[in-house]
Structures are given as C-alpha cells and as structure tokens.
Write a protein that binds this ligand. Sequence first.
Ligand code: PEP
Ligand code: MG
Length: 571
Amino acid sequence: MKILRGTSAAPGIARGVVCLYTSSLEDSVPHYSIASGAVQDELKRLRSAFDTARNEMGRMVALAKTRSDSNAADIFTTHLMMLNDKSLIEKAEALVKNQMINAEHAVSDAFDGYIKKYEDAGGHFAELTHDFIDVRNRVLSGFALDSGKFKCEVGERGAVIVASKRLTPSMVLNMEKANVLAFVTREGGITSHAVILARSFGVPVMFGIDVENELDCGMNAVVDASAGKVIVSPDRKTTEYYDKKLENNRKRKLLCDAKKDVYAKLRSGQRVSLKINITTPDEMELVRYMPHDGIGLLRTEFLFINKKQVPTEEEQFAMYSRLLSEAGDKSVTVRLLDLGGDKLPLFIQLKGDPFMEYRGAMAVEAFPELYMSQARALLRANMKGNLRILFPMVSDVGDLKTFKDLIEKASASLKKEGRESFTGNLKCGIMVETPGAVMLVDELLKGSDFINIGSNDLLQYTLAAARGNPLAEKRYHIMHPALLKLLEITAVKAAKSGKEVCLCGEIASFEEFYPLLLETGLKSFSVSPAKFNDIKCELMHRLTSGKKTLQRYYKMPSKAETEKYIEGFLN
Ligand code: PEP
Ligand code: MG
C-alpha cells in the first residue's frame, strides 16, 4: 500500500482500477524541412487540418448542447473561436513559408508561442494553457496523428480511475460519464476548464499526483479527493474502511441531492452554521452557488508568501474589495497575515535570519508597516460592511490588545487623511490555536466579538507534534481526546458569553468526526469548498447533538481505540 498526496479539485471518494490515458501527440509531432516546391501542398495540408479541427469542434459544441451541458458548450465555443483566430493560422502559415518546415511542426510551434505566453502570465492565465494545448492537439489530430487513448484495454471495458499527465476539455467530454470513477492528473488547476468539466461528472478530481512514475494500468487504488490522497494497492483494512464510506455516501446522496439548495441543519431541524475556508482567491468561484453561511476563514497568506516585494496597500485593497464584493451579503472573516516558520514571505526570508519565528502579535510588533497596510486596505475595502477581521495566534489579552490597537491606529490614520474607513459595524475576533488561549478564553471573549478555533495548530501545540513533520506524525493524532476536551471547554465558555465560536481547522472537514464534534457544543464550522457538500450532508443526518459518547471518548487509552470508535460512526 502506498499513499500519494495531491490537491483536490473536486471532492469525493472512488475505489477501482487505474487506467492511464496517454497522448503521444506531443512526442510524435514529425519535424522535417520541406523543399520550396512543396510549400503550397504543405499550406493545403495545414488549412485542411484546421478545417477538420473546426468541423470537429462544431460537433463537440453540438454534442455538449444535446447533453444540456452549458459549461462544455461555452468552453468548446471558446475553442472554436481560438481555431478561427486568423493570427494563429497566419503565424503557422508564415512558419511553413519562411522556415520551410512541415505543417505539423509549424502548427506545434505557432501554438507553443501562445502556450508559453499564458504559462508565463501565471494564475488563471496559466490554467488556460490547457485549452490551447487541447486546441493544438485537435488541429494536430487533423493530420491523423495519435490524439490520445487509454494505454490498455481496461479503460475500454468499464469504469476506471482515469490517470493522465494532464486533462484537457475534449479528453473529458470524449469520455462516457459512466466509465469514469475519478480523474487523477499531474498537472491541473482548480479553475481550469478541464477541471470545471470534470467536476460536472460528479466524480473526484485530483491533481499534483506523479501519475507517470507512480501509477500504471490495472493497479487497484482508492482516490480520496476529500482528504487529498490516492491510495495505491490499499490493504484489506483500508479497503473495508472505504467500502463502508462509499456505501454510506451512496445512501446519503439520495437524500442530500434532494436538498441541494437548503442551508445546513441537523435532522432534528436545529440550524447549524456551515461556512467556507478560502485559501486562494480562485476558490471564491467554487462557492458562489453553495448555500453557505459566509466565509469563515479567509487566509491572506497567498498575497504575501511568494512575493519578493511587499504588496502595496492599493494591491491589497483591490483584492479585498473584489473578494468582499464577490461574497455578496455574506460575511467574510479575513485573517490578518499569519506569519510562521513554514509561511514566511520571500521578502522577509531574503532579508536574513531564516530561523526567526514570528507569530501572531509578535509579528505585528516586528513588522508594523506591513500590518498597518493590511489593516488600512481591509478597512477601506469594507464598503458593504460584511468584513470581520480575525487576529491569528492570540494567546493572551496582551496579544489581543496589540491587534486591537493596530485596527484603531489604522482607522485613525485613514480618518486623518480624510479617507473612508468602514468601521461602523466591524467585528473583530481571535484565532484560538494555543492551549494558552483556551485557558484564558473567558478573558479573551470579553475583548472579542467572535472566536475561531484553529485546531491544526491547537493540536500541534497540545501534543508537541509539529505539523507536517514526518517524525512527529505518530504523535499528531488528529482526533486526540485532549483536543476534543479543549474544544468542549471553548465551546461551553463561548456559549455562556453569547459569542459565536467557529471551528475552522481541518478536523471540521472529516464527516466521521461530527458525532463527537457536535457533542462538544459546537454549532458553527468552516470547511474547505471541496468538503462543503459532504459535511452539509453529514449534518443533515445527525439527529441530535446531545451528550452521549464524549465522556467515554476522553477515557480511551490508545489511538487505535479512538479510530475504531470513530469508524463505528460510519455504520
Ligand atoms: C489552524 O491552525 O487550524 C488554522 C485554521 O490555521 P492554519 O491552518 O492556516 O494555520
Ligand atoms: Mg493556524
């Protein structure tokens, strides 16, 4: 058994046989020089390949329309426009005429220019490269080259886990939904067109998996896109665990599909707040149509981490304005930059001491201008009044004061400049992610409007088990009884104070933990977009959150026993 880690682009679990989908097109494009007398014939071949591709694309648009798949129809219409782009064909023709190269080579080079340009632009543009690759391959297949196929016949016989270096939109649409259990690729992106289409299959989609070196036709595997992993050759225990999960999912899906548009509540009718964690701005696109209760955690590290220059207040203002306006009337809880050893921006690393470890309020004191620009940008962007500011890693009232002073200073400086600062209804909350914060939670609640529990850090600081450190993996027990106890203490105290407490760490994304999580008294959760539907579905099946099992759980002596206990909830 081997576990491969990757990124989930569409949630879910699948178990089955892997089949590689390969396209030898890119390796098999013939390159040769042509004689001057052959140029006209070569141009004819080139135009005819474009014509074939256009006809084929027209057919794809029609096919998408008959399937009432408006996403696919829009994407292929865009591809048709690319094929009709005069500059593209003129560029390829010029290469044939001026460099005297064969038509396939010219097509390949002309497209590669565009692909490189889009790749270099990064972000969403880079994801469009797969569309150009797809259109290029379509033209190349007009020369009767190999346009991609399953590497072995397993893929032709029945439903398989489709594994490929990359997905392209036509690859996805060319496949029968019934024959695909999951898509696993090396390259990809959450908002790439191919992934948007793959998502509409309702199957798990993962990228970032070393397909070429780790997977082969005929291998048994489990794709757990919800947990971001592919398990190759699962052992009996793992297989049984996933079979149970799949059976449960199947039953629940029947009920949940009928209630797709309703907000999260328990079977008893009790409303539960279910929010979404956003880590990259692209994810806002995924949540637009989900019936969620707001963005429970917007991590802002994406604006800073890979930057050599400090982002300006204006850049930040533009990004926050966009995100706050995309959320409509729903609240957006934006966490101030959470610096840490594992997330130190390049512009700080480049300055020197790589071992310096700034956390929470200490970072505000070390980099006052950085935090001031973030606070000012946020206050300016709060035009709709749906912003909530979250202070990371607060452990005592001193930390809280440092952050509150920052917000007050930012507001005062904007006022002094005569600028708008939207603080009227502003709510400020804290991340509870150290045992220290739990011990002092009564005091901290007095000074904050709400609390978010960061169980990822709370767990590592409780168990002396550094996150992501393989040597500490054994001690990093995700549902350790001590963590549950800390959650319970926090939930009970927050309930007494009448303030909201929301669990936004990874444990909130595991549906099997909910029987216990609900017993702690928590009623607000924030999960990744990929897990939203699963968790909502799980909540809809929970009849009550009354205490029954928690006290027994606290007494469990081993990890194995707690795991067995939790597995029991899957039955
Ligand atoms: C956490 O620690 O649980 C949390 C949500 O914050 P992050 O994972 O960004 O550290
Ligand atoms: Mg944290």
